[in-house]
Structures are given as C-alpha cells and as structure tokens.
Design a binder for this molecule. Structure first.
Ligand SMILES: C[S@@+](CC[C@H](N)C(=O)[O-])C[C@H]1O[C@@H](n2cnc3c(N)ncnc32)[C@H](O)[C@@H]1O
Length: 261
C-alpha cells in the first residue's frame, strides 16, 4: 500500500487525531443528524456490489477521512484512496489513516485531479456532503470522469443535500425545522458550528498553520453552495453514461444517489 502522499502532514498523535475526528463528527452531525445512517447505507451498497474482501474504494472530497475510516472498519482489507483539497483535513486524514490508505491532495474542480490516483479501476467511488461545493457544469463533468474510473459494474454513491423537487413546501419546512434545531444545539453548546470548529482548529499548534493555508484556498471558509434536487443528479448521472441511477437513501432534504457503470 502506498503511504499517504500529501504535502501537508501535521504532527498529530493518534489520540489527538482521534479527538479531532470525534469533534468533526459532532460538528457535521449538527447539520446531518442521520449522518451515520447514510454512511451505513453507502457501505451496505458497497457490500452488495463487490466480489472478494479487498475492494478498491475512492473517497472523493473525503475531508478528514470519515468514509475511509468507516469503510476500513467494515472491510479491513479494502484498498482505499482519499482525495481532497483542504490541507488541514488532509493532514487529519493522513494522521488517522496512516498507511491504511493513500491520501492525495487534488482539486476536483480540475479534470487532472485523477492524475496521481493509484488505481485506474475502482469498485466504488463514495462521497458525502461535498459535491455541492462544485458548480453544475463541473459536477456533470466530474460524474463522467468518475464513471471512467469505475470497473464495469462498479458504483458511485453521492450523499448530499438533495431535496425532492416534488415536495417544495415540505422541503422548506423541513429545512426551517433543521435550522431551528441546529441553532438550539449551538446555543446550548451541544455542538460547535462550522466557523467555531475552524476557529478551534486554527488555534491548535499542529493544525493552525494548515488552517491558515486553507484560508487561502477557501477565502470565505466555504464555496458557493449549489444544491439541486436529487432528480438533477439522476439526470446528470444518466447523461454521464451510467447504466443504472437511482436513490439509495433519503432523510429529510438529503439523499444518497447511486449509479452503476
Ligand atoms: C463538508 S466536507 C465533507 C468531508 C467528508 N466527506 C465528510 O463527510 O466528513 C466537504 C469537503 O469537500 C472538499 N472539497 C470541496 N471542494 C473541493 C474540490 N474542488 N476539490 C477537492 N475537495 C473539495 C472540502 O475540502 C471538504 O473536505
């Protein structure tokens, strides 16, 4: 297995990296209370399509390694690649995954993001809460690039904010309810907000310099969000040449779409 190839290693002990993972999970769960459910649905689908116990998995925009860590817990012999752009989250992924995965810095906004991947044929490409950072035309192109990276029968799962466009009124109400619940949790100190989490990471001696570099990559702390309905994704996946595309999971205004090559 190739060790991690990022240029952004940080001096994090395993205990410190595990604590940051835990805090990232709590911060993300404030947005996605059913986060673990969707990740389990994703890995159930992997289990259904892979032959053997060493699937080649690509964790796209994998951040700190959320999907990779859960995939390795379930499939310990999996050959995992994680790609992301954020130097602080990549460092956290590298410290947590060690030589169990290949961790690569790459920008999904550019078609050359595939250049350093260790495999040309993946069994599954998995991604969560990330591709809404990309604009429509780029995401459509990315779907086609991912298809080329899958073996015949291989699978893409994308879990993200994807409302059901047949339910506009309910979508609005669900979103309002989720915002209110999140605000209450922040007020009670039950979870850190996105910006508070990054402030905390910026104050960490090991992560701080990487958070500074991150601010140059994402000057506003995020990217403009683009969250089309699940139907847009299914149309784009079909247009990209996948043979089957459908909804694997839905929870409120989020969904996981799945497509088979
Ligand atoms: C909310 S995080 C989700 C991370 C992880 N999948 C999870 O569920 O915890 C969104 C991730 O998308 C990554 N990302 C956004 N735009 C990207 C791009 N153009 N290239 C690579 N990664 C990108 C960010 O760096 C960040 O790690």
């Amino acid at each position: 297995m190739t060790p991690y190839l990022i240029e952004t290693a940080a001096d994090l002990t395993p205990a410190t990296a595990a604590a940051w993972q835990e805090s990232w999970d709590r911060q993300q769960e404030a947005f996605l209370p059913d986060r673990e459910e969707r990740l389990t649905a994703m890995l159930d689908a992997v289990d259904a399509v892979v032959d053997g116990d060493a699937p080649r998995l690509l964790d796209l925009a994998g951040g700190s390694g959320t999907i990779s860590l859960r995939a390795l817990a379930r499939f310990p012999r999996a050959r995992v690649t994680l790609v992301d752009l954020d130097p602080a989250l990549l460092a956290l992924a590298g410290a947590s995954l060690g030589d169990r995965a290949t961790v690569l810095a790459a920008d999904l906004a550019r078609p050359d993001w595939r250049d350093r991947l260790p495999h040309r044929e993946y069994d599954a490409v998995l991604t969560a809460t990330a591709l809404h950072w990309l604009p429509a035309d780029r995401l459509a192109g990315l779907y086609a690039e991912v298809r080329e990276l899958l073996r015949p029968g291989g699978m893409l799962v994308n879990a993200d904010h994807m409302p059901d466009d047949a339910l506009p009124t309910l979508t609005e109400r669900l979103a309002a309810r989720a915002r209110a619940r999140r605000a209450a949790r922040y007020a009670a100190g039950a979870a850190l907000s996105w910006s508070d989490w990054w402030d905390r990471a910026g104050a960490d001696p090991a992560l701080g310099p990487l958070v500074k570099r991150r601010q140059e990559i994402y000057p506003t702390g995020h990217s403009p969000e683009w969250c089309p309905p699940a139907s847009w994704h299914l149309d784009a996946l079909t247009a990209a040449g996948f043979t089957e595309a459908g909804t694997l999971w839905r929870g409120g205004t989020d969904a996981a779409v799945v497509a088979l090559r």
